[in-house]
Ligand binder design. Structure first.
Ligand SMILES: Nc1ncnc2c1ncn2[C@@H]1O[C@H](COP(=O)(O)OP(=O)(O)OP(=O)(O)O)[C@@H](O)[C@H]1O
Ligand SMILES: [Mg+2]
Length: 239
């Protein structure tokens, strides 16, 4: 299988803290990875390395077969940050238009894509309201639409389920599955073990910068009776 993400023995420290410590992780094209772990475990730092926003002190990070700093590689990644600081006076349509311009999309492509995405994330009726009037979940939906705008091959989502209501979660899960079935690769961090169990082909569990498990949910569950919450606790206790 071709790989979408390949991290080899990556370490990155902030001062004396190893935020990521010897991480080796691979994700095949067309797979969904749930990146789990404790607060401060190194998930967001790893995601920033995938995007070329941070470079490892040692080890290597390769995305879609290239360096994350390569503009051609970056153009194939859609990213939703953990906390987004969007211009509050833009509405959702203007937000997507702004980001589409940054991606170099032409205005017709932006318009047609915006219509599809606002519908897909359930913001069509609120599209003309400024973002400062949005609820938390609505902002999260706008972030998902923003990440999908340029039809990326790799989606990198930092805690995408936060703030979504149950219905939006179901829609989001279906959307992610249909993207995966269309050949896209999805790398998302989460604390939502139930959602992760339902959605992922593969999980990785991080604590204090180190990865304590990496593999399929099925393999981890073994007899098929243990849920991911139980497994998560077991793995981290052993670690
Ligand atoms: N810019 C920074 N400067 C100093 N330390 C940082 C910085 N960013 C992250 N860290 C530290 O690196 C470690 C990993 O943080 P990171 O944000 O990657 O964790 P996380 O797994 O995303 O956690 P959470 O689940 O809370 O989002 C933590 O100890 C954190 O304090
Ligand atoms: Mg984080």
């Amino acid at each position: 299988m071709e790989t979408a993400v390949e991290i080899k023995d990556a370490t990155l420290s902030f001062g004396g803290t190893k935020a990521v410590d010897g991480l080796t992780l691979t994700l095949g094209k067309g797979e969904i990875l749930g990146f789990l772990g404790t607060n401060g475990g190194g998930k967001t730092t790893t995601i920033k390395m995938l995007l070329g926003l941070l470079r490892p002190d040692s080890g290597t990070v390769s995305v879609m077969g290239g360096a994350p700093s390569d503009p051609a590689v970056r153009a194939r990644i859609g990213y939703m940050p953990e906390i987004a600081y969007y211009y509050p006076y833009l509405n959702a349509r203007e937000l997507l238009s702004f980001y589409g311009g940054l991606c170099g999309m032409d205005s017709r492509a932006i318009r047609s894509r915006t219509d599809v995405l606002l519908e897909a994330v359930g913001l069509a009726d609120a599209a003309k309201r400024p973002l400062r009037t949005y609820s938390k979940g609505m902002l999260q939906r706008a972030g998902i639409a923003q990440a999908l705008l340029a039809d990326p091959d790799l989606l990198v989502l930092d805690e995408p389920f936060t703030g979504l209501d149950p219905l939006a979660r179901i829609h989001f899960r279906e959307l992610m599955r249909s993207l995966r079935d269309g050949g896209k690769t999805i790398f998302f961090s989460s604390h939502e073990l139930g959602e992760t169990e339902l959605l992922c082909d593969k999980v990785a569990i991080m604590k204090k910068g180190r990865c304590f498990y990496q593999g399929t949910v099925g393999a981890l569950a073994g007899d098929g009776e243990r849920n991911l919450e139980r497994i998560f606790l077991d793995v981290l206790e052993r670690g």
